[in-house]
Ligand binder design. Structure first.
Ligand code: ADP
Ligand code: MG
Length: 487
């Protein structure tokens, strides 16, 4: 074999190898296709006859910008090899990607007279890339969703993160607001800083046992703020586990449930009160009988005793018996079931009854009650028991507003269509900004107050088509004025 033959064999081999693996086309200087190999036809789904004489625009997928092909033509026109990735469209409308190298062949003047383009199918690689891109996009979205969820949680919940030993590493603003501690005071501490000592030590031990094993724990916890106020939180603690399944941090999500807890406690308390009320009614009944005989015998002895100086003792005894009798009566009335019953009643005697009932309490708290009724009888349409409850609440509030004693004036005035009753105390008064909260359930400034008294008053007076006005000056006193329709 001579060298020329060997070379010719060699180029045939290369051409064969290229043809088998590569998509080849040759165009003339105007870009008209003059040759395509089998692979070109296979991938483009066009026959050789359909392709020869066309230019490459027949394969345009519309994916690339005009500028893309413009740059390509400019490069090869200058005789420079161009390489790029092109998305083409086959005859049946499916797309394929090809890595493309275009080699210009130059004449003796340095002008291209034909172009050979060598392409490889990269559709699979492009699909993988596309998938990757989509996955990244999804991941980015998931990240954004997570960020959104975190934001929503942050805004609505009390959030804290601790390390595996329970040392606080993160708290959100809501956590600081409710606990009254600053972020700096909390980070690096454990949650025991908030311990109200309400729960048994076993309560927290059980919690740690559960989350330590990687389980979520839920519970209601009573905490205490920096300034000593108690608050309830519904708590969910989620352990975050490392590859070995051991918690490396805990995320605690809490909701303030103090109001709900207060309602629960109130319901319990009012149930207890209702029970006591029922018992009191029973006890009152029991007292009635011995009281009747006591009075009978006392009157009898009084009549039988001739000695003058002993007569006055019997009068005192009878007075005291009258008083017990009155209180027993009141108890029985107040304990009666509360069905609204409107009747025409004398407002003045309702007021007098209330005052007599609270006289001992007032005396004990060094409060002097002065009345100015202007009349013995003012008839109004009312539920006697409910009006009594209003007066009781207002007098009690007034007494409680004067911890060192003072005067309470109760004044009644008749107008044309209404009657008004003033309860004027010399107590601590109510600051302007707090006036608007009066009558809101659970609004109380007292340590043992329940903040329901005024709410009940507002409701009852509303039911009586009346109004309540408050006038107050801090450190001088408060006047509650009730107005109800007159008959
Ligand atoms: P409570 O007496 O249980 O606190 P109330 O509804 O009766 O609930 O009263 C709500 C709040 O209104 C009280 O805690 C107190 O701050 C204020 N208040 C009511 N009456 C008076 C008053 N006469 N003087 C000053 N503050 C009063
Ligand atoms: Mg009250």
């Amino acid at each position: 074999m001579n060298s020329t033959n060997a070379f010719s064999n060699f180029t045939t081999d290369i051409k064969y190898a290229l043809d088998a693996t590569t998509i080849i086309a040759i165009t003339d200087c105007k870009g008209e296709i003059i040759y395509v190999n089998d692979k070109f036809c296979t991938i483009s789904k066009y026959t050789r006859e359909e392709l020869i004489g066309q230019d490459h625009r027949i394969l345009n997928s519309g994916h690339h910008h005009k500028q893309f092909f413009h740059t390509m033509y400019k490069t090869i026109l200058k005789g420079i090899v161009w390489t790029g990735e092109i998305k083409n469209k086959s005859k049946d409308g499916t797309y394929y990607w090809v890595h493309t190298t275009i080699v210009p062949f130059l004449d003796k003047h340095g002008k291209p007279y034909q172009y050979i383009s060598i392409r490889t199918d990269i559709t699979d690689r492009k699909a993988t890339e596309e998938n990757l891109k989509n996955t990244l996009k999804v991941l980015a979205n998931t990240n954004k969703e997570l960020a959104d969820i975190k934001h929503a949680l942050d805004a609505s919940s009390i959030l804290a993160i601790t390390d595996n030993k329970g040392i606080i590493t993160y708290v959100n603003d809501t956590f600081c607001e409710i606990s009254k501690y600053s972020r700096e005071e909390l980070i690096g501490r454990s949650h025991s800083i908030l311990n109200s000592s309400y729960h048994q030590p076993s309560f927290f031990k059980d919690m740690w046992k559960k989350i330590g094993k990687g389980n979520i724990w839920k519970g209601e916890v009573k905490n205490v703020t920096k300034d000593g106020k108690e608050y309830w939180v519904d708590t969910t603690i989620v352990p975050f586990l490392n590859d070995k399944g051991k918690p490396y941090q805990y995320v605690a999500i809490r909701k303030d449930i103090s109001d709900r807890k207060k309602v629960e406690e109130m319901i319990l308390r009012s149930e207890k009160l209702a029970l006591i009320g029922e018992l009191a009614a029973g006890v009152a009944h029991e007292i009635r009988n011995p009281l009747t005989s006591l009075r009978g015998y006392t009157e009898f002895l009084k009549d039988e005793t001739i000695e003058e100086e002993k007569q006055q003792y019997f009068d005192i005894l009878l007075d005291e018996i009258e008083r017990i009798d009155f209180i027993v009566d009141e108890f029985m009335l107040l304990a009666k079931p509360k069905i609204l019953k409107f009747n025409q009643k004398n407002l003045i005697s309702i007021l007098n009854h209330t005052i007599t009932f609270l006289k001992t309490e007032a005396k004990y708290k060094r409060v002097v009650i002065t009345t100015d009724f202007n009349s013995d009888e003012i008839i109004v349409e009312c539920d006697e028991n409910q009006l009594k409850q209003v007066f009781l609440n207002l007098v009690k509030n007034a007494i409680e507003a004067m911890p060192t004693g003072g005067n309470l004036y109760i004044r009644v005035r008749q107008n044309k269509k209404t009657v008004s009753i003033d309860f004027q105390d010399e107590g601590v008064g109510i600051p302007k900004e707090k006036l608007q909260h009066l009558g809101e359930p659970f609004y109380s400034t007292k340590e043992y107050g329940n903040g329901l008294g005024l709410m009940v008053c507002f409701k009852i007076i509303h039911d009586h088509k009346g109004t309540i006005f408050v006038d107050s000056e801090v450190n001088h006193g408060t006047t509650f004025t009730i107005t109800i329709p007159n008959l």
